[in-house]
Structures are given as structure tokens and as C-alpha cells.
Write a protein that binds this ligand. Structure first.
Ligand code: GRG
Length: 303
């Protein structure tokens, strides 16, 4: 099966999600050893609350596509990114940021356990993610240089030059009129950096060539941007009930692709980015039905 048009993405994602859930369970067993009782439950609830699990799925998929021998350790590596993603959602939902009540169809952590607990549960996940990556790297048998590069990738994507910096710029943008270039940069940092790290970490762990890593970065930039534009479109066009979360940006009157270009044009831009991502893979020699289908799914998703 070579054509993504005949690839059953739903079935693929379903099976991959099951592997990710198992890996998350393994990760929580470690966390339970040192998390105080009062934090263990909120952390577990948030980590196991579902979601698309796209980041760990991408990490394990790229690892396999770049020649890695797939097994539990590849998913364990992907879980390190999901732990960062989980903390970011938990903190993004806090009253001081988006003040959201709903996430993944359930009440947000601070709504159930209070703000004090949600702040600490989120913070506990940050070092836990690095420790998780270190365990996975050891399981995978990566050498020292690759191990360092994987940890650098994870921490840079999560930090000031990536997700946290992008979230800060996004916050600052509430009082500014952003042009589309600046908005693109915010999206690439806030959302794209972690998605790209998922791909790059999988590639690095499989000792992918520099050309392939460059291709993965370009694919990540395009799908990351398409992902956030689609998020903005869904915020505008779907209800909280359908999304399982509170649409936020529209309510805050923030500049988004939708507010600049409207829904139709934003959809066209997202589709073009998805095409661009597929083209990049072809050029880098890492085209695969799964990655092609995921690039399409990212702009066609309803959740
Ligand atoms: C400490 C102020 C402070 C910030 C911490 C909160 C934060 C850093 C960053 C926010 C980053 C963020 C929430 C970006 C949005 C990314 C995004 C589109 C998330 C939704 O991802 P999905 O759709 O979610 O993959 P699921 O639920 O499927 O996992």
C-alpha cells in the first residue's frame, strides 16, 4: 500500500493510540514512586484524559520510518513530549491564562482540584518529561551525542525559544495588531515547536541523516502551522460540546488567521500547508502513507 488515499488512517491512529496509552501507564508507574499522594491523582487524571496523542504517535512513526526497530521504547520516548503537552494544556486552562472549564470533554484540572494543585501538577510534569526521555533513550540504546541532541530538542521546543516563548508572545499579542508574518511566528513557536520536536526526536533516535532531519523540520513547521490555523477555525466554527474544550481565542478577541483572513481563506492556507508538508517529505526521501495522511488529517480534523 503506497498511496495515502488508500491508507486507513483511522485504524492506524486507533492502534497507535493504544500503544501510547500503554506507554503513558508505564510512565505514571515511575511518577507514582515520587509524586506526593495529593498530586498523584490530578497528574494521573490529566495524563490519562485522552486526546489525540498525535505527538507521541508522530515520534514513534518517524522512528520506524527512519529505520528504527519499533517497540515500547519508541512510544516511551514519544510520551516525554506528551507529558510536556499535558502540562501546557493544564496551565493554559488556568484562570490567569484562558480560564477554561472544559478540556478533552472533562472538567479542567483546576476546576476539579483547585488552582494551587493544577499549578503544581503541571510543574511536576516538566522535569518528569526529561526523566522520561532519559529512560527511553537508555532503553533505545542511543549513544551519548544522540542522547544529548534528543534532550536538547525536547527542552528547546518546550522552552522560551519554543512553546513557552510562543505562548508569551501570544499573550502579548492580545493588545497588538499582529501582521500575518508575526502571527505565523507565534504559531510556529507555540504549537509548531513541540510537534516538530516529536518528529525530530524520532528521527534522531533512529540515527536519521541530516537531510532527513532537515526534511522533518520543514514538515513539522508546515503541519504545525496548519494545525494551529485549523484549531483557530474549529474555535470559530464548533461548539464547546463538539470540541470538548472551551474555544478561547475568539472570545478574547485575539488576532488569529480567521480574524485576518476569514474561515474560507484560512482553510485554503491550511490545505496549502498540508500539500507543502507532503512535498517536503517527498524531497527528503521520507514520504510515507502515514505521514502524508497525517498532514491531511491535521487540516480535516473536527477535534
Ligand atoms: C506558565 C504561562 C505559562 C505557560 C506555559 C501554557 C503554555 C506554557 C503554553 C501553551 C501552549 C499551548 C496550549 C498551545 C496550544 C497548542 C494546541 C493547539 C493544543 C491542542 O493540541 P491537541 O489538539 O490536543 O493535540 P489533544 O487534547 O488532542 O492532545
Amino acid at each position: 500500500m503506497t498511496d495515502s488515499a488508500y491508507f486507513d488512517l483511522e485504524d492506524f491512529l486507533f492502534k497507535e493510540r493504544a500503544e501510547v496509552e500503554k506507554a503513558l501507564g508505564r510512565s505514571l508507574k515511575y511518577l507514582d514512586r515520587y509524586l506526593p499522594v495529593g498530586l498523584a491523582k490530578p497528574v494521573r487524571d490529566a495524563v490519562m484524559a485522552g486526546g489525540k496523542r498525535l505527538r507521541p504517535i508522530l515520534c514513534a512513526l518517524v522512528y520506524r520510518k527512519c529505520g528504527g526497530q519499533i517497540g515500547p521504547a519508541a512510544y516511551d520516548l514519544g510520551v516525554s513530549i506528551e507529558l510536556i503537552h499535558t502540562y501546557s494544556l493544564m496551565h493554559d486552562d488556568l484562570p490567569c491564562i484562558d480560564d477554561a472549564q472544559l478540556r478533552r470533554g472533562s472538567l479542567t484540572t483546576h476546576k476539579i482540584y483547585g488552582e494551587e494543585i493544577a499549578v503544581r501538577a503541571g510543574l511536576a510534569l516538566i522535569p518528569a518529561a526529561s526523566l522520561q526521555a532519559i529512560r527511553a533513550i537508555r532503553e533505545l540504546g542511543c549513544d551519548e551525542k544522540i542522547s544529548q541532541n534528543i534532550l536538547i530538542e525536547l527542552n528547546c521546543a518546550a522552552g522560551a525559544g519554543g512553546m513557552v516563548g510562543g505562548q508569551y508572545l501570544d499573550l502579548m499579542a492580545e493588545d497588538l495588531v499582529l501582521d500575518s508574518d508575526k502571527l505565523e511566528n507565534v504559531h510556529c513557536m507555540k504549537t509548531g515547536a513541540l510537534l516538530t520536536a516529536s518528529l525530530v526526536m524520532g528521527g534522531l533516535a533512529a540515527y536519521a541523516s541530516e537531510d532527513k532531519i532537515t526534511g522533518l523540520k520543514k514538515y513539522g513547521r508546515a503541519v504545525g502551522l496548519a494545525f494551529q490555523i485549523t484549531d483557530d477555525i474549529l474555535d470559530e466554527t464548533s461548539s464547546s460540546k463538539d470540541l470538548g474544550k472551551n474555544p478561547s481565542d475568539g472570545l478574547l478577541d485575539k488576532v488569529t488567521y480567521v480574524s485576518i483572513y476569514g474561515v474560507e481563506e484560512s482553510m485554503r492556507i491550511a490545505r496549502d500547508l498540508s500539500d507543502e508538508a507532503v512535498g517536503v517529505l517527498r524531497e527528503a526521501g521520507i514520504e510515507s502513507p502515514e505521514l502524508n495522511a497525517i498532514a491531511r488529517y491535521i487540516v480535516e480534523r473536527k477535534l
